[in-house]
Design a protein around this ligand. Structure first.
Ligand code: SF4
Length: 112
């Protein structure tokens, strides 16, 4: 049985489709680095979009991201495109800062 925390925090919807995604190992294209410049975001998201356009689980991925108000580029959609469709991320500022710090640590580990 799930704990109260798991019940609240677990993402909604099946995640079985994830193993068929074309983005494995490319998380740096799908999640913004800390303090990313707008021009770099446009280039990064264009590369992510081109991968999504060839992905067989695009619809499942987009639905999952919308339902869970995810951060990052999912199912051929950026955060701002999801927001325009009515599914803005709900991660609080504190959560975004933590996510940015974790990503920066991961990036540094890969560099060192
Ligand atoms: S649609 Fe894009 S983000 Fe989603 S699994 Fe496929 S490649 Fe990854």
């Amino acid at each position: 049985m799930l704990s109260a925390y798991e019940t609240i925090a677990a993402p909604m919807g099946s995640t079985a489709w994830m193993e068929h995604g074309r983005c494995g190992g490319e998380s740096s294209l799908f999640f913004a680095p800390f303090a990313e410049r707008p021009e770099a975001r446009v280039r990064r998201e264009a590369r992510a979009r081109s991968i999504c356009e060839q992905c067989v689980v695009l619809v499942s991925c987009r639905d999952y991201a919308r339902r869970n108000r995810e951060l990052g580029f999912w199912g051929g959609e950026s955060e701002s495109e999801r927001a325009e469709a009515g599914f803005a991320p709900t991660t609080p500022i504190v959560g975004r800062k933590r996510v940015a710090e974790e990503r920066a640590r991961d990036a540094m580990r890969r560099v060192l």
